[in-house]
Design a protein around this ligand. Structure first.
Ligand code: NAP
Length: 246
């Protein structure tokens, strides 16, 4: 029997991709397709909800789905640590619901962040440059924010990175003490480079998204993890077997 999925944001770029992937799978079926004009109650009766809508709407959508007893996969951006902290008590202890938040469905991007976390303790100068298409409304990107937070956490015992002259706007926005530089360009889909400066050497960990196809593996991985998930899980890396990589 297939798992019944409601897609919220179904008319959008990600919603159409997810609808196609589910249509091609043997284990899932789309039973409700919602857009900005839909009544959220249309998701009732599904087993899972996938939210790929808009940052301003995502909070209410996820809360509705939890109250309706659905398990939820969130791909929408804008889920800060504070928002996630407010979500946890709504889900924890409930057997009928769980939330997986995946700010970036690309496996390569998740590995880039994990590798940056490893390098974090060996360099004191660390900066992030991210580039996205010109229509992206938020900056820095959620992936850059999460990468900076993870690098900072890995360096907790070492303290903040060296980021001189960061009062100057051109030095980027500090996220968890790390300067992040956001480019919004025609011709680009998504790209992120973390550069580590050491003594007489630099290390760059760069990931480029070349097409939306890069999200397919991560979307299916997260969908298949959802039926047995509990509480709130954040990041594709939590679903990948990174073994001794950390
Ligand atoms: N996790 C990842 O890997 C990943 C990758 C790419 C993008 N994203 C994020 O995913 C989200 C969607 O991106 P996209 O490129 O697919 O956007 P999009 O093409 O603009 O589509 C947005 C979708 O959300 C719907 N929507 C807007 N407001 C809504 C509301 N209040 N209630 C319900 N549905 C609403 C839209 O419906 P209408 O057609 O009625 O307007 C449309 O179906 C964004 O937050 C984006 O940053 C995540």
């Amino acid at each position: 029997m297939s798992t019944r999925v409601a897609v919220i944001g179904a008319t959008g770029r990600m919603g159409r991709l997810i609808t196609r992937l589910i249509g091609e799978s043997d284990d899932f079926e789309v039973v409700a397709s919602l857009d900005s004009r839909s009544d959220l109650s249309q998701m009732r009766g599904a087993d899972l909800a996938v939210d790929v809508s808009h940052p301003a709407a995502s909070g209410d959508i996820v809360e509705f789905a939890i109250q309706a007893g659905l398990r939820v996969l969130v791909g929408t951006s804008g889920w800060s640590q504070e928002r996630i902290a407010r979500l946890r008590p709504l889900v924890e202890g409930r057997e009928d619901s769980a939330v997986i938040i995946v700010p970036n469905f690309s496996v390569g991007s998740a590995l880039g962040t994990a590798l940056s976390e490893i390098a974090a303790r060996y360099f004191d100068s660390i900066e992030i440059i991210e580039a996205h298409h010109a229509h992206k409304v938020d900056s820095p990107s959620g992936t850059a924010v999460r990468t900076a937070e993870r690098i900072s956490a890995a360096r907790a015992e070492l303290g903040p990175v060296d980021a001189p002259h960061n009062d100057q706007r051109a030095r980027g926005q500090l996220v968890a003490s790390i300067p992040v530089h956001s480019l919004r360009l025609g011709g680009v889909l998504a790209s992120q480079q973390v550069t580590f400066g050491g003594t007489g050497e630099t290390l760059s960990i760069r990931h480029d998204t070349l097409s939306d196809d890069s999200y397919e593996r991560g979307i299916l991985l997260a969908l298949r993890a959802l039926p047995t998930a509990t509480g709130v899980t954040v990041g594709l890396d939590a679903l990948l077997d990174l073994g001794g990589a950390r």
